[in-house]
Write a protein of this length. Structure first.
Length: 559
């Protein structure tokens, strides 16, 4: 085993496995993973994680797979997910994470496209259905959770010797293939090297100021680049402790147990947190209480404590744009949400609003360390960093299309930059559509303006080939407590306010309230909770193209 440096301060410069060996040798008794099972919290220290990972790695190396074979992980976040990922690295294979919410078609596609040789299967909501998508020729191993019928159980697979060698892969060796969440078409396999992922984890550790005293709750999908980098990779670099949730039903209990020092979420969950607060404390009452100095401080502390964020030094949001009105609302409560931007192809690290600045709400921030950004003539955001992908797996044409001649990654996002170097995304190039009048409309800013109405939980502005764009929306839980007429009038006022701020060709003709919520299960959201715009447009063409006289239309509602 190589003697990893004894200097803790040098840890950020280590490769991922060097970091792992360092923890194994120098802090073996320090807690690393906290996994709740049946209400009991199981703690795995670095020694226990290393022993388990080395047993898995020994078994993998004795299965006659060629070096660099693709090994998939299909599971919700759990301690075994991280242990297995380490084992795949130790064994010299390539990890292929699959979203735990993936449907059978996606699972089949990824397994075939990546030529996966073995699948680790863990906590799933539809285990039987999802397991049916795995070809019988592929070996499967179950994490130690009930209801999984696989080739091997976790206990059987781990009943072996432990690997004693400690390999050090080259920086340019392929470490993982991360399949995009697929808002359009089949997911693309993004190839990342050990060097890129190590850099991203070290940069995250440095820019976020993380060390081994930090605690993070891992509940967003580890199959997604943000969680993989800012949670798992940053944990290997910093030595911090990762906590998991047992289920969505125990989320509040588990976040309270963790008391995270860094809390990363996505826009839809921040919106749900807001609605939960307003359900207990209506806005009118909250406004009054926040104006009373002593009471205001008490209310802010109580809200942070209720959310489990009493010890959180940094709150962050990513994956999709967070409406500025939501950020501003939380800021008044003393909860400063730092928004960031990144993508699978650049290891999640593009920009971040660090530190939080109230005057920059709505921006995605400035570049992370060692990230270079520029705008093309078409205002497309281009990025270059050590975290840029090696390419798309088995797709040289798309790889060539994604990169400029000078090595910058084409992001597909339109952006502007201000005098302070803060970037703002103005929309996705592919989302921009042309109306029947020949005018282009960028939906994202309009959607953000509509989201200021808390009756709206989800919204999509569309209208290619229409005279004027329209908005499809789903009502929030708060709206369900009001009458249809009250909701209608509130939405009409929002429509008038928003249209008053738009150019004539951008103004919305009407809003349609859809009866069906948009979820991962009905394929209207990606696993990272982004709206699948093209699926909405394909599923509701009659609704979109129908002429209406009213400004707010209810689609088959019983309210």
């Amino acid at each position: 085993m190589p003697d990893a440096t004894s200097s803790q301060s040098q840890n950020s410069a280590m490769s991922l496995l060097e970091c792992f060996y360092y923890r194994e040798q120098h802090t073996p008794d320090q807690p690393f993973l906290i996994q709740p099972v049946a209400g009991e919290y199981q703690t795995y220290n670095w020694r226990e994680v290393a022993t388990q990972a080395r047993k898995l790695a020994w078994r993998l190396t004795n299965m006659a797979f060629e070096p660099g074979s693709r090994i998939a992980i299909l599971s919700k976040n759990c301690a075994e997910w991280v242990i297995t990922d380490l084992a795949i690295m130790l064994a010299g294979h390539v990890s292929v994470p699959i979203f735990a919410t993936a449907g059978t078609d996606t699972i089949r596609y990824v397994l075939a496209h990546a030529d996966v040789r073995l699948v680790f299967v863990g906590k799933l909501d539809e285990a039987e259905k999802q397991l049916s998508a795995i070809d019988e020729k592929i070996t499967t191993v179950a994490f130690p959770y009930p209801g999984l019928k696989t080739t091997y159980s976790w206990t059987e697979f781990c009943h072996c010797e432990a690997m004693t060698t400690s390999r050090l892969p080259a920086a340019d060796e392929l470490m993982t293939i991360i399949y995009t969440s697929g808002s359009t078409g089949n997911p693309k396999g993004v190839m990342h090297s050990y060097g890129a992922m190590a850099w991203a984890g070290a940069q995250g550790k440095h820019d976020l100021g993380l060390d081994d005293t930090d605690r993070l709750l891992s509940y967003l999908p580890l199959a997604h680049i943000t969680e993989r980098v800012l949670i798992e990779m940053a944990a290997l670099q910093s030595g911090m402790t990762l906590y998991f949730i047992e289920s969505l039903d125990t989320f509040q209990r588990d976040v309270q147990h963790c008391q995270p020092t860094l809390f990363v979420s996505v826009p839809r969950l921040w919106t749900k947190f807001q609605l939960g607060i307003l359900h207990k404390l209506p806005q009118a009452k909250l406004n009054i209480l926040l104006k009373i100095p002593l009471v205001s401080s008490l209310i802010k502390r109580k809200i942070r404590h209720g959310l489990g964020l009493a010890q959180t030094k940094l709150c962050a949001s990513g994956s999709a744009p967070l409406p500025p009105v939501i950020t501003a609302w939380f800021e008044k409560l003393g909860i400063e949400i730092c928004e960031g931007w990144g993508m699978t192809e650049n290891a999640a690290l593009g920009t971040a609003c660090l530190p939080f600045r109230k005057d920059k709400i709505g921006c995605i921030g400035v570049p992370w360390g060692n990230v270079t950004l520029k705008l093309s003539e078409q205002q497309e955001l281009l990025t270059k960093s050590p975290g840029n992908m090696q390419g798309y797996y088995q797709d040289p044409q798309r790889t060539a299309e994604a990169l400029t001649a000078d090595g910058f990654l084409r992001t597909g996002d339109k952006a502007i930059v201000d005098a302070d170097g803060y970037y703002t995304i103005t929309g996705r190039i592919k989302d921009i559509f042309k109306t029947a009048k020949g005018k282009y409309v960028t939906p994202a800013p309009i959607e953000a303006m509509l989201m200021e109405n808390t009756f709206i939980e989800q919204v999509c502005v569309t209208g290619a080939s229409l005279a004027q764009p329209v908005a499809l929306l789903v009502l929030s839980e708060e709206a369900q407590e009001h009458s249809r007429s009250h909701i209608t009038h509130a939405l009409q006022r929002t429509l008038e306010k928003v249209n008053g701020q738009l150019e004539s060709h951008q103004r919305l003709d009407h809003m349609v309230i859809l009866a069906e919520p948009w979820t991962i299960e009905n394929d209207l959201l990606t696993p990272t909770l982004k709206v699948k715009r093209h699926v909405l447009e394909e599923r509701f063409p009659d609704v979109i193209h129908q002429a209406y006289t009213d400004k707010v239309i209810w689609q088959h509602h019983s309210v």
